[in-house]
Design a binder for this molecule. Structure first.
Ligand code: G3I
Length: 323
């Protein structure tokens, strides 16, 4: 057995991981990634983001993301596609043009239409809008919000719905929904507001970037997932990792704490019916985003840099076996 096969036995759809083409040349990495017992879902970590997929107006570059999609297809893994309307990793032509509401709306329409049509039914789900909220619950400033106001969110979902195959799940995705109460409430209000306008949304992705010892309790995580599920949408942990605050000095206790934090996150998903699955944001420390963004922090994944399974891996596995 492995994490994905145990997730299936628990009635969930997948256990998955973020991955990227620049990792594929590494045979040890490939071996684990392709193991159908461990993983049943992939998310391209970067290659579907706007700056990489449409770097110049009308110039679409699908090469890298196609490789991730075809790998997922050849392994029979589901593909969560990531992401369409996001303030970050935008190419200069999007962030620095003086748009009018009409021209920006049209730009979003073209982008979403082209990208979703390209992948078609290869995407089990799309993170249509990513990280639109601030921690205090207000809308994040971005070229999209500044020109169109919150309307850009409904517009993105409407365009996506129009062009995506009907079975594609359309998600709102964000971080710290688990830990920032005002942001969580704002995301709930956002889903309700879309629904009240007749804009269909299928899921809320909670990124679940946690820090060892600061991961919320299982009760709190269950309540968070259930609060969104009660709106009639699917939920998922879409980018789970649990970072050591100071990876160099992490004690044995911190290693055990990380294991129990991972179990808490996985258990919360199993306890909530509408939680469809869990995606880790890379499975090995070798390719984790954490140290690059937060120097000193790290060790966030289930496998070490040299592909040893960590106590957190074994704890999650034991937990699933006993579920
Ligand atoms: O591709 C260039 C390369 O040409 C250049 O030489 C190199 C030098 O720094 O940078 C490369 O780009 C990097 C890119 O990852 C691809 O590796 C960027 O600098 C780096 O900032 C970028 O980081 C990504 C980050 O999103 C950007 O916001 C991380 O890999 C990726 O894990 C992270 O993922 C996000 C999710 O999409 C949304 N939620 C949060 C999550 C973590 O930040």
């Amino acid at each position: 057995t492995g994490l994905h096969s145990l997730f299936l036995s628990a009635g969930k759809l997948y256990f998955g991981t973020a991955t990227e083409t620049n990792n594929f040349a590494d045979p040890t990495y490939q071996n684990i990634l392709s193991n159908p017992l461990e993983f049943g879902q992939l998310t391209p970590e970067n290659s579907q983001k706007w700056g990489l997929i449409q770097p110049q107006p009308g110039d679409f570059s699908f090469n890298a993301s196609d490789q991730v999609a075809s790998l997922a297809n050849s392994y029979n893994h589901l593909l969560r596609c990531h992401t369409l309307t996001w303030h970050s990793q935008l190419p200069p032509f999007v962030s620095s043009t003086s748009w009018t509401p009409d021209t920006l709306r049209q730009l979003i329409t073209t982008h979403i239409t082209s990208v979703i049509s390209h992948f078609g039914s290869a995407c089990y789900a799309w993170d249509v809008v990513n990280e639109a909220l601030n921690e205090n619950g207000t809308f994040r400033n971005s070229v999209f919000f500044n020109v169109l106001g919150e309307e850009y969110i409904a517009h993105s979902f409407e365009v996506a719905r129009e062009v995506a195959p009907p079975e594609t799940k359309l998600y709102y995705n964000d971080f710290n929904l688990e830990t920032a109460p005002e942001k969580q409430t704002a995301a709930v209000e956002l889903v309700k507001s879309l629904q009240s306008k007749g804009v269909k949304i299928d899921g809320v992705g909670l990124q679940a970037h946690f820090t060892v010892g600061q991961t919320p309790s299982v009760e709190s995580l269950i309540a968070t997932l259930q609060r969104f599920a009660d709106l009639g949408v699917d939920v998922a942990w879409t980018e789970l990792d649990v970072a050591q605050e100071d990876v160099e000095t992490a004690s044995e206790l911190a290693v055990e704490q990380q294991a129990s934090d991972y179990v808490v996150a996985v258990r919360a998903c199993l306890e909530v019916e509408r939680c469809v699955g869990v995606t880790v944001w890379q499975f090995t420390d070798r390719y984790s985003w954490v140290p690059g963004t937060f120097p000193g922090k790290g060790g966030a994944c289930l496998w070490t840099e040299d592909y040893q399974r960590k106590p957190a891996y074994w704890a999650v596995k034991r937990f699933l076996e006993g579920w």
